[in-house]
Ligand binder design. Structure first.
Ligand SMILES: Nc1ncnc2c1ncn2[C@@H]1O[C@H](COP(=O)(O)OP(=O)(O)OP(=O)(O)O)[C@@H](O)[C@H]1O
Length: 284
């Protein structure tokens, strides 16, 4: 997107679609083990045309935790993430089978409005991509599009504080979001995603385009966000998954979920030899 175009990318789609129907800090594993399940996948299969991208995926994601999705390129991590807020609906050739519940309600039921669902399940993408609007307007974009009323000044301040950006931008709220650094832009996108008060935040490699300092800020932020939200994050960075997540799902080639467990267990004592080989760098 250039600075002059209106937003037309997936981010805007999420923002415009997010109009209703549906993190952990590195809190200790034991804290999350008993947490309530917010998302449950049951035998999810996804095809793009004739190609199967996910096979019989089942997992339970606890609320207020960080769940990392790791695995080699093309193993279906992003596809799974997009099942949660039905972004795959937007891909003509994609077909999803199985049940995926959010607080017990199958998001694929006929009576679920995907627009409403995406209000409850926000998304942050790989490339920081604020709209060519002011910082303030970026944060309130989803609210305006969805016709959500409220004290916008307060929501902007609260969202930017939660995204750990307020102190850096409070004196320039009406300057362009595009003038921020990459890391600030990504935190602005996070502020925009949380302004509509979702329950779940999906993050697709949110730090992969950032330098180490900005990456570390995003990691700290993800941990903080998990106090209020359930965060599901795709990452290629295994150290990052180990640092910030409570649960880790390891997908391997062919769209198979090979292991899903507490992050500590996955990294210290995985059940599967294939997972051990992957995390120790023997392949992938
Ligand atoms: N829009 C699409 N149309 C057709 N095939 C797709 C589409 N999106 C993904 N795929 C295919 O589905 C499989 C899984 O892709 P996906 O992007 O979910 O994997 P990933 O693990 O997230 O990969 P990466 O780590 O490289 O982002 C791949 O074979 C990919 O080519």
């Amino acid at each position: 997107m250039t600075g002059t175009e209106d937003p037309t990318n997936d981010e805007m789609l999420v923002q415009t679609d997010v109009s209703d129907g549906l993190s952990a800090s590195s809190s200790s594993v034991s804290e999350t083990t008993n947490a309530e399940t917010i998302i449950r996948a049951d035998d999810i299969n996804v095809w793009y045309g004739d190609e199967q991208a996910l096979q019989n995926i089942s997992m339970e994601i606890p609320e207020n935790s960080v769940t990392a999705m790791i695995g080699p390129s093309g193993c279906g991590k992003s596809t799974f993430l997009r099942c949660i807020n039905r972004m795959n609906d937007l891909i003509d050739v994609a077909r999803v089978e199985g049940e995926l519940t959010l607080r017990g309600k199958n998001v694929y039921d006929a009576d679920v409005d995907p627009v409403a669902l995406r209000r409850r399940v926000g998304m942050v993408f790989q490339k920081p991509n604020p709209f060519p609007k002011s910082i303030y307007e970026n944060v309130v974009y989803g609210l305006k599009i969805q016709g959500i009323e409220g004290d916008y000044d307060e929501i902007v301040e609260e969202s930017l504080k939660r995204a750990a950006l307020w102190d850096e931008v409070k004196d320039r709220l009406h300057e362009s979001g595009l003038d921020l650094s990459g890391g600030q832009q990504q935190r602005l996108c996070i502020a925009r995603a949380i302004a509509t008060d979702p329950e779940v935040l999906l993050m697709d490699e949110p730090a992969s385009a950032l330098d180490p300092v900005a990456t570390s800020q995003i990691e700290d932020l993800v941990e903080e966000l998990a106090e209020d939200y359930t965060v599901v994050i795709v990452t290629h960075n295994m150290q990052q998954a180990a640092r910030i997540s409570d649960k880790t799902a390891v997908f391997l080639t062919g769209g198979e979920l090979v292991e899903f467990d507490d992050t500590q267990k996955i990294f210290e004592n995985p059940e599967s030899q294939r997972v051990e080989d992957y995390i120790t760098g023997k392949f992938g």
